[in-house]
Design a protein around this ligand. Structure first.
Ligand code: DLL
Length: 438
């Protein structure tokens, strides 16, 4: 088994915790001294930096939310003078005002090291050709994996997202071995390969790190068979760093968190109380080595589970199991909580070709409706009887998976949008109506 930093990745738990306690107490002093919003919050909670001596004291600290970052837009959460900042990234702002994140040179170096660690944990080495098809720019996917691949010493291919035929030609001509992209973009590329006579045997690809959006085990199987690779999950958020906060290893049983830089917690999003190991809840992170923008108990809104037992790969770093989605993506349909990822799993379990789908939520006569739009498989387009059977079967598997009755709308083949980045899977018309007060 190869590791990028074995001494950390396989350290005994007590050593990891001692390191975290040390960095946490330093970080709290740094944040209290240099970031007014943290100082104000801690004063209000009657906590002083001296009270935080170890990770056991973490629960004394107030939470930080995306709203705090928005309230202090753009630079109010920075802990260093702007002359120390070498890079800025920003979240897309699709759910409100965008949030800005700064990095010092040391922050960038640590990020690159975490990304190199991820690539090694999926079997990468300096012999690899790392093809980066995440978008480059304020989005962290492209530059994050780019710096990691260079740090590793691999051949880095900064393809960025889009221009999809060219991506396939580059896979073939440049000998790409590891790909980095969103899972939904991988699905679009597989479709394009099949339409244009490319075979997975034309490529030397062996693995890929896919993240930036939730994706199911069923989707993993489609990507693995379509590209002839092992597909690994990678997680991160721009507020903390970007990709490589955590990444799977070759055992594909949860993403190892870079715990020397990030302390994870799981809380109940209603009571805000920490939940025990193995319980699903909201993921909270504290960034304990970030210089430019420390994040203390940041509520990610992602729903996940933490496990701490030693992995078969030898790593002792805590793992987060595949995030189910975000609390703000969860749909409440006639009082029932539904995650889009549950529908994806049921749909692909029924028909593995149904990788492009759209959920349209509405309110009709004061009752919620959920329409699942699926592209009709080309083979059954001409047969009304086959279409009816297909629709009925799709409805029955989804209804029983989520416990709510849905409507199926079969769409023309290729009529739904294809994604090069994060796919839009849900259109919630209720939100639009509510905005206007109805
Ligand atoms: O998506 C960073 C990233 C880039 C991660 C490339 C992995 C690969 P943001 O745009 O700030 O950053 O979005 C962060 O995306 O809170 C999750 O809701 C979601 N997310 C990221 N990775 C995963 C994943 C990047 N592997 C938000 N599974 C996070 C599920 C993910 N959701």
């Amino acid at each position: 088994m190869n590791y990028y930093m074995k001494e950390i990745e396989c350290a005994p738990r007590h050593e990891i915790e001692a390191l975290q306690s040390f960095h946490l107490s330093q970080q709290i002093r740094h944040a209290y001294k240099n970031v007014a919003p943290y100082r104000d919050k801690m004063n209000k909670a009657d906590v002083k930096p001296e009270d935080i001596k170890s990770i056991a004291d973490l629960k004394k600290l107030p939470f930080t939310t995306k709203q705090d970052l928005r309230d202090n837009y753009p630079y109010g959460m920075f802990a260093v003078p702007l002359s120390e900042v070498v890079r800025i990234h920003a979240s897309s702002g699709t759910t409100g005002k965008q949030t800005v994140v700064g990095h010092t040179q040391r922050d960038i170096d640590i990020w690159a090291e975490c990304a190199a660690r991820s690539l090694v944990s999926v079997g990468g080495s300096r012999e690899d050709f790392v093809h980066v098809s995440y978008g480059y720019g304020l989005f962290t996917g492209g530059l994050g994996m780019h710096y990691g691949a260079e740090k590793l010493g691999a051949v880095t291919i900064p393809a960025s997202a889009g221009n999809s035929m060219r991506q396939l030609e580059m896979f073939r001509d440049f000998g790409s071995t590891i790909v980095c992209m969103t899972p939904s973009y991988a699905i679009s590329l597989i479709e394009l390969m099949n339409e244009n006579g490319f075979s997975k045997d034309d490529f030397k690809l062996k693995s890929g790190v896919f993240g930036a959006e939730p994706w199911s085990e069923e989707m993993r199987r489609e990507i693995e068979s379509g590209l002839g690779i092992k597909a690994y999950d990678i997680f991160g958020l721009s507020e903390m760093m970007g990709p490589s906060v955590s990444c799977e290893c070759v055992y594909q049983c949860g993403m190892h968190i870079c715990e020397d830089h990030f302390i994870p917690e799981i809380i109940d999003p209603d009571t805000l109380q920490p939940l025990p190991e193995g319980t699903q809840g909201e993921l909270v992170f504290s960034c304990i080595t970030k210089e430019a923008m420390p994040l203390i108990r940041y509520r990610t809104r992602d729903i996940a589970t933490l496990v701490y037992d030693k992995c078969e790969c030898g790593r002792t770093l805590a793992r987060m199991l595949k995030p189910q989605g975000r609390t703000d993506d969860m749909l409440i349909i006639r009082g029932v909580n539904v995650f889009p990822s549950q529908i994806e799993a049921a749909l692909l379990g029924f028909d593995n070709r149904a990788t492009n789908y759209l959920l349209v939520v509405d309110r009709v006569n004061n009752s919620d409706t959920l329409e699942v739009q699926i592209e009709t498989p080309a083979e059954i387009v001409g047969s009304i009887a086959d279409l009816q059977v297909y629709e009925k079967k799709a409805k029955s598997v989804i209804d029983s998976a989520i416990g709510v009755g849905v409507t199926i709308k079969l769409k023309e083949p290729k009529s739904l949008d294809r994604s090069t980045g994060k796919a839009v899977r849900v259109v919630d018309n209720r939100k639009i109506k509510n905005k206007f007060g109805s």
